[in-house]
Design a protein around this ligand. Structure first.
Ligand code: ASP
Ligand code: MG
Length: 469
């Protein structure tokens, strides 16, 4: 039997009407020959509201919790009412919702009592977003006459370590469990509806996979079941050659290799969980990004086999905002082994992620790009750790910058790409402050002044005629 895993994000399940639409999409694609596993996010914005509620609980704000409980219950009951026409099915779903919101209230009250919000309790609170959306989607499927069951990620068999908030997947164990739990359901023709984003430790404690984790849940399911494809239903047509807000003529990319798509998601073309493509890539399962509001569009297909044609060396150009550059310099760094290691170690210990690195051959300085909101902390930490050592003279920073990343696997071994990129930028009179090319040759990234960012993206998009692909 063919198997397709379909993931629906928060916007796709934002209202009862949307959920009915989602149920119809599932019904249209499911058949005797093709089983469908649905993975769903929380209703739009609910995860953010749960974070807020947990924080208010920690402050002891009982009044907020009381109101919040009422509002979240009413929203989900109204959504279920709109999504499910059959009265009995609606009542069954409502019972689940009432009981789960009751549990959520208990958890929040517990936080109020102990005045403490551990990553573990936060995960328990967050899990309710998806635990409230999945029963509604499942009810809407039954309303259309399909057999369906809703399961939490843990019940489906996703097992993680206990790194709450960003739990690590235990894939072998997961594979075994997911097969055991879901295959019988698929065999009898039912559609399992799995809560995205949440999983469980081996002891059954609730964990989450990190924000945006439902995409990851979908590819984990796909890999565990050996699915034919994973479809990520979202609210855009697919991955694009550039942000259409910057380049109005930007196009949807029809096909990409996994390595390219990974770079694109890292550089923020679509907010996707950073590990989301991993399980699918490993098992060679094609992933399709599709628009739930435009299902006739085939979207973007991400595959292992995609032939990389050199003529379309450059596939996309993206802008990464809210970054800053730190430069550590000192003549004493020349030929001093361990300097770079020290810099990375210091930032790593502070949990500061480095987006881009460049060191000139003269070795007199190292430049790093990090997220702008971490700048002050990063500079302070580096100064405390490094200054006074004889080989470092100063730590400077610039925060009026952005990263432009030019991506495409066909750039590999293709001479002249870099020269075309930088000539196009130079023609606009834009100054490039720092450059890095990964040795993978999948992307060339560079830093320009923040105010030049959009112009730079447009110049490159035009140079490589990305609107015509
Ligand atoms: N609901 C979670 C979040 O908002 C997971 C997801 O939507 O993918 O981060
Ligand atoms: Mg979401």
């Amino acid at each position: 039997m063919k198997k397709i895993v379909m993931k629906f994000g928060g916007t796709s399940v934002a209202t009862g009407k949307n959920i009915r639409h989602v149920a119809k999409l599932i019904a249209n694609n499911r058949s005797e020959e093709c089983g469908v596993v649905a993975v769903v996010s929380a209703l739009e914005d609910v995860t953010n509201q749960l974070i807020q509620a947990a924080e208010e609980a920690k402050k002891g704000n009982r009044e907020y919790i009381r109101k919040f409980k009422q509002e979240i219950l009413e929203r989900h009951l109204a959504t279920a009412k709109e999504a499910i026409k059959d009265k009995q099915l609606e009542d069954e779903t409502a019972q689940v919702l009432v009981s789960r919101v009751g549990e959520l209230e208990q958890v929040l009250k517990g936080i109020v009592y102990v005045n403490e919000l551990s990553p573990k309790s936060m995960d328990t609170v967050l899990s309710f977003g998806e635990k409230l959306s999945a029963p509604i989607v499942s009810g809407a499927l039954k309303d259309l006459g399909l057999e369906s069951e809703h399961l939490t990620g843990g019940e489906a068999g996703i097992v993680t370590d206990s790194n709450f908030g960003e739990a690590g997947l235990l894939m072998n164990f997961t594979k075994f469990q997911v097969k055991k739990n879901l295959e019988p359901l698929l065999k009898k023709g039912a559609v399992p509806v799995i809560t995205g984003f949440i999983a469980a430790t081996q002891d059954g404690e609730t964990t989450t996979l990190g924000r945006g984790g439902s995409d990851y849940t979908a590819t984990i399911m796909g890999a565990a079941l050996g699915a034919d494809e994973v479809w990520i239903w979202t609210d855009v047509n697919g991955l694009m050659t550039a942000d259409p807000k910057i380049v109005p003529s930007a196009k949807t990319i029809n096909e990409l290799a996994f390595q390219e798509a990974t770079e694109l998601t890292i550089f923020g073309a679509k907010a996707m969980h950073p590990r989301a493509l991993e399980p699918a890539r490993k098992e060679g399962i094609p992933v399709r990004i599709r628009n739930v509001f435009n299902p006739d569009n085939p979207g973007t297909l991400i595959t292992k086999e995609h032939k990389i044609k050199t003529k379309d060396g450059v596939k996309a150009v993206t802008l990464v905002r809210n970054v800053a550059v730190i430069t550590v310099s000192g003549a004493g760094m020349v030929g001093a082994p361990g300097t770079a290691a020290k810099v990375f170690e210091v930032l790593g210990k502070e949990n500061i992620n480095i987006l881009m690195i460049s060191q000139s051959v003269s070795e007199a300085n190292i430049s790093l790009v990090i997220q702008r909101n971490l700048l002050e902390r990063a500079v302070n930490t580096l100064e405390i750790a490094l200054l006074g050592r004889d080989f470092i003279r100063e730590v400077t920073s610039e925060d009026d910058v952005c990263v432009v990343a030019v991506l495409g696997a066909g750039m590999k071994g293709m001479p002249g790409v870099a020269s075309r990129i930088f000539s196009a930028v130079a023609r606009e009179g834009i100054n490039v402050r720092m450059i890095a090319q990964g040795s993978s040759e999948l992307n060339v990234s560079f830093i320009v002044k923040e105010t030049d960012g959009e112009e730079t993206v447009r110049a490159i998009h035009k140079e490589f005629k990305l609107s015509q692909k």
